[in-house]
Design a protein around this ligand. Structure first.
Ligand SMILES: Cc1ncc(COP(=O)(O)O)c(C=O)c1O
Length: 419
């Protein structure tokens, strides 16, 4: 895949090996141009002005809503709420619907591999109302312990999910990520949700798709979830824009998240009535240019096609795992599923006896950007009994040459630190 030319950062830094797309992706020129178009051609606030510039900005903003709805196969554009990021999308649900439906003695279930954004809001909700906070573990293959597979061959995989003792009739919330940002594990969320709804039909299911939407085709109908959250900046779009998709009926019943301009219908001293969904959840001036440019990011991804993207990342992740194994065999520990069908383009590892931060720092001296730390998954790192890992995450602009540079860089780390 030859797309580096579309990403201007590679012109500014021709030596850059960017392996941190799990944190945030790079942006293609078309997205940057669209943001600039807003500021140079029709920079005005939305939904307010009765003049041409504002009408154009509002139209562009609402067009993105329709594009996002289509992208994830939502029933209607009104089911798309724009937030600041995936974190805010998840907090929105926990603070509104969560507070209304979870009470003392109920259960809230998450997994040990959640990013803090899909862990802490549910934990705090449970602690506040006195509900039981339950955490699904992982097995030795770095997959959720509730997942048993009867067939591991590609598309024919059949998942057996065992929620015994985890999801019960008292469970009100199940929040699970589709792809782990640390292990790269692709979780069978569709099967997990179906199984959970059999046990507790009224359970509300929330999918954190922050690491999934940039890489995999998402269909909210097919998943069967109630809410889905993701961030624009991980999928080639601008920072400061998040998406919350929710079933319309649920969104309609939920109270507002924040109060202020744009989210009201009528305000008087005696009372305030609220705007319809989704505007009820979009208080204040949003990130207008960011939302407008998100549709360019979606156009870019759709133009490449998700089969192409997935195949590219699969090949690259397999290649990277093989090369790291070849070069560092007993010295390296990789944390992630062994079977490629359950593995996204993320490889986290440690070199025995060397601190991850030292690895990241020396790699950076060689223009290789990786992440070192706990990647906002401290419970997972505790479960693995390690304080930190080095994370490499691959995307459309990476290639085998990048992997070779990584391998060379890690060899250099070993030379320097083992002297
Ligand atoms: C799986 C997952 N969920 C949620 C988030 C939070 O995303 P944001 O920081 O854009 O809110 C991240 C960010 O790394 C993530 O990887």
């Amino acid at each position: 895949m030859n797309v580096k030319k579309d990403f201007p950062i590679f012109s500014a830094h021709p030596e850059l090996v960017y392996l941190d797309s799990g944190a945030t992706s790079l942006k293609p020129q078309s997205v940057i141009d669209k943001m600039s178009e807003y500021y140079t051609q029709y920079s005005a606030n939305i939904h307010r002005g009765i003049y041409k510039l504002s009408e154009r900005a509002s139209q562009e903003y609402e067009d993105t809503r329709a594009v996002v709805a289509k992208y994830i196969n939502a029933n209607r554009s009104e089911e798309i709420v724009f937030t600041r990021n995936a974190t805010e999308s998840l907090n929105l649900v926990a603070s509104t619907l969560g507070q209304e439906i979870v009470s003392k003695g109920d259960e809230v279930v998450v997994t040990i591999m959640e990013h803090h954004a899909n862990f802490v809001p549910w934990q705090q909700l449970a602690f506040t109302v006195g509900a039981d906070f339950k955490v699904i573990g992982i097995n030795d293959h770095y997959e959720l312990s509730i997942v048993e597979k009867s067939d591991r061959r590609g598309e024919n995989t059949i998942f057996n999910i065992s929620l015994d003792g985890i999801v019960t009739k008292k469970t009100k919330i199940l929040a699970v990520s589709m792809v782990s940002n640390t292990l790269g594990t692709i979780n069978p969320v569709k099967e997990i949700i179906a199984e959970a709804k059999k046990v507790s039909p009224d359970i509300i299911t929330i999918v954190d798709a922050a690491q999934a939407v940039p890489h995999l085709k998402i269909d909210v109908h097919d998943l069967g979830c109630d809410f889905l959250a993701f961030s624009s900046h991980k999928m080639l779009g601008p920072t400061g824009v998040g998406v919350l998709w929710g079933k319309y009926d649920l969104l309609e019943k939920m109270p507002p998240y924040q109060y202020g301009g744009d989210m009201i219908r009528n305000v008087s001293i005696e009372e305030t009535t609220f705007a319809d969904v989704p505007h009820k959840f979009e208080a204040g001036t949003p990130n207008i240019s960011g939302v407008i440019a998100l549709k360019e990011a979606i156009a870019y991804l759709e133009n490449l096609g998700f089969d192409t993207i997935r195949n590219h990342e699969k090949q690259l992740a397999m290649y990277a795992a093989r090369r790291l194994n070849e070069e560092f065999s007993d010295e390296i520990v990789m944390y992630g599923p062994r079977h490629i069908e359950f593995m996204a383009g993320i490889i986290s590892f440690n070199l025995k006896g060397i601190h991850p931060h030292d690895i990241a720092q020396i790699l950076d001296e060689n223009n290789i950007a990786v992440r070192a730390g706990h990647h906002c998954t401290m419970p997972l790192h505790s479960r693995l009994n390690i304080p930190a890992t080095v994370r490499t995450s691959f995307y459309i602009y990476n290639n085998e040459e990048d992997v070779e540079k990584l391998v060379k860089g890690v060899k250099r780390v070993r030379e320097i630190l083992r002297k």
